[in-house]
Design a protein around this ligand. Structure first.
Ligand code: SF4
Ligand code: FES
Length: 246
Protein backbone atom coordinates (compact mmCIF):
# COMPACT_ATOMS: atom_id res chain seq x y z
CA UNK A 1 0.00 0.00 0.00
CA UNK A 2 1.20 3.49 -0.80
CA UNK A 3 1.06 6.19 1.90
CA UNK A 4 1.56 9.96 1.43
CA UNK A 5 5.13 9.54 2.73
CA UNK A 6 5.80 6.68 0.37
CA UNK A 7 5.62 7.66 -3.32
CA UNK A 8 4.21 5.22 -5.83
CA UNK A 9 6.95 3.33 -7.62
CA UNK A 10 7.60 0.84 -10.39
CA UNK A 11 10.74 -1.04 -11.21
CA UNK A 12 12.71 -0.45 -14.39
CA UNK A 13 15.20 -3.24 -15.09
CA UNK A 14 15.07 -4.02 -11.37
CA UNK A 15 15.64 -0.43 -10.20
CA UNK A 16 12.96 1.42 -8.25
CA UNK A 17 11.52 4.47 -10.01
CA UNK A 18 9.14 6.86 -8.22
CA UNK A 19 6.43 8.62 -10.20
CA UNK A 20 3.66 11.15 -9.83
CA UNK A 21 0.07 10.38 -10.79
CA UNK A 22 -0.47 10.82 -14.52
CA UNK A 23 3.18 10.45 -15.50
CA UNK A 24 4.13 8.05 -18.23
CA UNK A 25 6.84 5.45 -17.79
CA UNK A 26 9.04 7.57 -20.06
CA UNK A 27 8.56 10.74 -18.03
CA UNK A 28 9.19 9.06 -14.68
CA UNK A 29 12.15 7.02 -15.92
CA UNK A 30 13.77 10.04 -17.58
CA UNK A 31 13.31 12.19 -14.51
CA UNK A 32 14.96 9.47 -12.45
CA UNK A 33 17.96 9.53 -14.77
CA UNK A 34 17.26 6.42 -16.86
CA UNK A 35 17.46 6.33 -20.63
CA UNK A 36 14.58 4.74 -22.46
CA UNK A 37 15.64 4.72 -26.13
CA UNK A 38 13.37 6.97 -28.17
CA UNK A 39 13.09 9.15 -31.25
CA UNK A 40 9.66 10.79 -31.28
CA UNK A 41 9.36 11.80 -27.63
CA UNK A 42 10.17 15.28 -26.36
CA UNK A 43 9.67 16.36 -22.73
CA UNK A 44 7.88 19.55 -23.77
CA UNK A 45 5.47 17.99 -26.25
CA UNK A 46 2.58 15.56 -26.03
CA UNK A 47 3.42 11.95 -26.93
CA UNK A 48 2.52 10.45 -30.29
CA UNK A 49 3.81 6.88 -30.15
CA UNK A 50 5.09 7.26 -33.71
CA UNK A 51 8.49 5.54 -33.65
CA UNK A 52 8.00 2.61 -31.22
CA UNK A 53 11.69 2.69 -30.28
CA UNK A 54 10.65 3.21 -26.67
CA UNK A 55 8.76 -0.09 -26.53
CA UNK A 56 9.24 -1.65 -23.10
CA UNK A 57 7.82 -4.71 -21.42
CA UNK A 58 5.23 -3.82 -18.78
CA UNK A 59 4.24 -6.72 -16.57
CA UNK A 60 5.07 -9.05 -19.44
CA UNK A 61 3.23 -7.09 -22.17
CA UNK A 62 4.85 -4.74 -24.65
CA UNK A 63 3.88 -1.08 -24.79
CA UNK A 64 5.32 2.31 -25.67
CA UNK A 65 6.96 3.90 -22.64
CA UNK A 66 6.01 7.37 -23.90
CA UNK A 67 2.28 6.63 -23.94
CA UNK A 68 1.90 4.07 -21.12
CA UNK A 69 1.01 5.53 -17.75
CA UNK A 70 3.14 4.46 -14.81
CA UNK A 71 1.35 2.42 -12.17
CA UNK A 72 2.29 1.39 -8.67
CA UNK A 73 4.09 -1.94 -8.55
CA UNK A 74 4.61 -2.25 -12.33
CA UNK A 75 7.54 -4.36 -13.41
CA UNK A 76 9.08 -2.76 -16.50
CA UNK A 77 11.81 -4.24 -18.68
CA UNK A 78 13.72 -1.66 -20.73
CA UNK A 79 17.25 -2.52 -21.80
CA UNK A 80 16.77 -6.25 -22.19
CA UNK A 81 18.64 -8.07 -24.96
CA UNK A 82 15.32 -8.88 -26.69
CA UNK A 83 13.99 -5.29 -26.63
CA UNK A 84 17.33 -3.82 -27.69
CA UNK A 85 17.50 -6.39 -30.50
CA UNK A 86 14.13 -5.22 -31.78
CA UNK A 87 15.23 -1.60 -31.47
CA UNK A 88 18.32 -2.40 -33.54
CA UNK A 89 16.11 -3.88 -36.28
CA UNK A 90 13.80 -0.87 -36.20
CA UNK A 91 16.74 1.51 -36.50
CA UNK A 92 18.19 -0.51 -39.36
CA UNK A 93 14.85 -0.21 -41.17
CA UNK A 94 14.82 3.56 -40.67
CA UNK A 95 18.31 3.85 -42.12
CA UNK A 96 17.37 1.70 -45.09
CA UNK A 97 14.14 3.48 -46.03
CA UNK A 98 15.61 7.00 -46.05
CA UNK A 99 18.82 8.59 -47.29
CA UNK A 100 21.06 8.95 -44.26
CA UNK A 101 24.63 9.75 -45.26
CA UNK A 102 26.06 10.48 -41.83
CA UNK A 103 29.62 11.47 -42.88
CA UNK A 104 28.27 14.32 -45.01
CA UNK A 105 25.39 15.36 -42.76
CA UNK A 106 25.66 18.56 -40.73
CA UNK A 107 23.71 16.86 -37.94
CA UNK A 108 26.27 14.08 -37.43
CA UNK A 109 27.19 13.89 -33.76
CA UNK A 110 24.02 15.79 -32.86
CA UNK A 111 21.58 13.33 -34.42
CA UNK A 112 19.36 11.23 -32.18
CA UNK A 113 18.86 8.56 -34.85
CA UNK A 114 22.62 8.14 -35.17
CA UNK A 115 23.09 8.24 -31.39
CA UNK A 116 20.46 5.59 -30.73
CA UNK A 117 21.96 3.43 -33.47
CA UNK A 118 25.35 3.61 -31.76
CA UNK A 119 23.66 2.93 -28.43
CA UNK A 120 22.13 -0.26 -29.87
CA UNK A 121 25.44 -1.39 -31.34
CA UNK A 122 24.21 -1.05 -34.91
CA UNK A 123 27.13 -1.31 -37.31
CA UNK A 124 25.20 -1.10 -40.57
CA UNK A 125 21.90 -1.98 -42.17
CA UNK A 126 21.57 -5.67 -42.95
CA UNK A 127 19.35 -4.99 -45.99
CA UNK A 128 19.87 -3.16 -49.24
CA UNK A 129 19.08 0.55 -48.99
CA UNK A 130 15.99 1.88 -50.83
CA UNK A 131 17.70 5.16 -51.82
CA UNK A 132 14.31 6.81 -52.43
CA UNK A 133 13.99 10.01 -54.45
CA UNK A 134 13.00 12.72 -52.02
CA UNK A 135 13.07 16.50 -52.37
CA UNK A 136 15.17 19.10 -50.60
CA UNK A 137 13.22 22.30 -49.97
CA UNK A 138 15.59 25.28 -49.87
CA UNK A 139 12.88 27.90 -50.44
CA UNK A 140 12.95 29.33 -46.92
CA UNK A 141 15.40 32.20 -46.39
CA UNK A 142 16.99 30.78 -43.24
CA UNK A 143 16.01 27.07 -42.93
CA UNK A 144 16.47 23.88 -44.95
CA UNK A 145 13.94 21.08 -45.18
CA UNK A 146 15.63 17.89 -46.39
CA UNK A 147 13.09 15.09 -46.63
CA UNK A 148 15.83 12.56 -47.39
CA UNK A 149 16.49 12.47 -43.66
CA UNK A 150 12.93 12.70 -42.35
CA UNK A 151 11.96 9.74 -40.16
CA UNK A 152 8.31 10.86 -39.77
CA UNK A 153 8.60 11.27 -36.03
CA UNK A 154 5.99 14.09 -36.10
CA UNK A 155 7.95 16.20 -33.63
CA UNK A 156 7.82 19.23 -35.95
CA UNK A 157 4.11 18.59 -36.54
CA UNK A 158 3.37 18.60 -32.82
CA UNK A 159 5.75 21.48 -32.07
CA UNK A 160 4.18 23.70 -34.71
CA UNK A 161 0.70 22.87 -33.45
CA UNK A 162 1.24 22.80 -29.69
CA UNK A 163 3.92 25.45 -29.22
CA UNK A 164 3.81 27.73 -32.26
CA UNK A 165 0.06 27.60 -32.93
CA UNK A 166 0.73 27.40 -36.66
CA UNK A 167 0.26 23.87 -38.02
CA UNK A 168 2.99 24.39 -40.61
CA UNK A 169 3.63 20.63 -40.89
CA UNK A 170 1.45 17.55 -41.31
CA UNK A 171 1.86 13.95 -42.42
CA UNK A 172 0.32 13.06 -45.80
CA UNK A 173 0.14 10.08 -48.14
CA UNK A 174 -0.36 6.37 -47.48
CA UNK A 175 1.79 3.29 -46.97
CA UNK A 176 5.27 3.62 -48.41
CA UNK A 177 4.29 7.04 -49.78
CA UNK A 178 3.77 8.63 -46.37
CA UNK A 179 5.66 11.90 -46.18
CA UNK A 180 5.89 15.24 -44.43
CA UNK A 181 3.84 18.02 -46.01
CA UNK A 182 4.06 21.78 -45.54
CA UNK A 183 0.96 23.94 -45.21
CA UNK A 184 1.44 26.63 -47.86
CA UNK A 185 -0.16 27.34 -51.25
CA UNK A 186 2.90 25.96 -53.08
CA UNK A 187 3.73 23.26 -50.52
CA UNK A 188 7.11 24.92 -50.06
CA UNK A 189 8.51 25.96 -46.70
CA UNK A 190 9.39 29.45 -47.95
CA UNK A 191 5.72 30.15 -48.67
CA UNK A 192 4.56 29.03 -45.23
CA UNK A 193 4.40 30.95 -41.95
CA UNK A 194 7.39 28.97 -40.63
CA UNK A 195 10.04 31.04 -38.83
CA UNK A 196 13.49 30.06 -37.61
CA UNK A 197 12.43 31.21 -34.14
CA UNK A 198 9.63 28.61 -34.04
CA UNK A 199 9.87 25.77 -31.55
CA UNK A 200 9.39 23.49 -34.55
CA UNK A 201 12.65 24.82 -35.99
CA UNK A 202 14.71 23.11 -33.27
CA UNK A 203 13.03 19.81 -32.43
CA UNK A 204 13.96 17.69 -35.44
CA UNK A 205 15.97 14.75 -34.05
CA UNK A 206 17.73 14.24 -37.39
CA UNK A 207 19.08 16.61 -40.02
CA UNK A 208 15.79 17.18 -41.86
CA UNK A 209 15.14 20.70 -40.54
CA UNK A 210 18.36 22.65 -40.24
CA UNK A 211 19.38 26.31 -40.17
CA UNK A 212 21.12 27.59 -43.28
CA UNK A 213 24.62 29.09 -43.20
CA UNK A 214 25.59 27.41 -39.91
CA UNK A 215 27.74 24.52 -41.07
CA UNK A 216 30.31 23.21 -38.60
CA UNK A 217 29.59 25.87 -35.96
CA UNK A 218 30.53 23.05 -33.57
CA UNK A 219 33.42 20.90 -34.87
CA UNK A 220 33.05 17.16 -35.35
CA UNK A 221 34.15 15.50 -32.14
CA UNK A 222 32.69 18.22 -29.91
CA UNK A 223 29.02 17.63 -30.62
CA UNK A 224 26.22 16.58 -28.30
CA UNK A 225 26.67 12.82 -28.64
CA UNK A 226 30.42 12.83 -29.28
CA UNK A 227 31.18 13.30 -25.60
CA UNK A 228 29.16 10.36 -24.28
CA UNK A 229 26.63 7.77 -25.47
CA UNK A 230 23.03 8.95 -25.62
CA UNK A 231 22.18 6.89 -22.53
CA UNK A 232 24.70 8.96 -20.54
CA UNK A 233 23.60 12.32 -21.96
CA UNK A 234 21.51 14.44 -19.56
CA UNK A 235 17.95 15.04 -20.79
CA UNK A 236 18.39 18.81 -20.82
CA UNK A 237 21.32 18.40 -23.21
CA UNK A 238 19.68 15.60 -25.19
CA UNK A 239 16.61 17.72 -25.91
CA UNK A 240 18.34 21.07 -25.88
CA UNK A 241 17.96 21.65 -29.61
CA UNK A 242 20.26 23.17 -32.17
CA UNK A 243 20.00 26.62 -30.64
CA UNK A 244 22.04 25.42 -27.69
CA UNK A 245 25.01 24.81 -29.93
CA UNK A 246 27.29 27.79 -29.99
FE1 SF4 B 1 10.51 14.41 -37.47
FE2 SF4 B 1 12.31 16.08 -38.54
FE3 SF4 B 1 10.69 14.61 -40.14
FE4 SF4 B 1 9.67 16.64 -38.72
S1 SF4 B 1 11.20 16.80 -40.38
S2 SF4 B 1 8.79 14.56 -38.93
S3 SF4 B 1 10.90 16.56 -36.83
S4 SF4 B 1 12.28 13.84 -38.74
FE1 FES C 1 7.70 6.37 -27.74
FE2 FES C 1 8.55 7.10 -30.19
S1 FES C 1 9.42 7.58 -28.25
S2 FES C 1 6.91 5.74 -29.65
Amino acid sequence: MTTPQQPATFTLDGQTVPFEPGQTIMEAATRAGHHVPHLCWHPELGPSGACRLCTVEVDGRQGAACTTRAADGQVVGNRTPELDGRRRLLLQMLFVEGNHFCPSCEKSGDCLLQAEAYEMGMHGPQWEEFYPHRPVDASHPTMWLDLNRCILCKLCVRASHEKDGKDVFAIGGHGIGVHLVVDSPSGRLGDSSFADTDFAARVCPVGAILPKRRGFAVPIGERRFDAAPVSATPTAVLHGGDDDRS
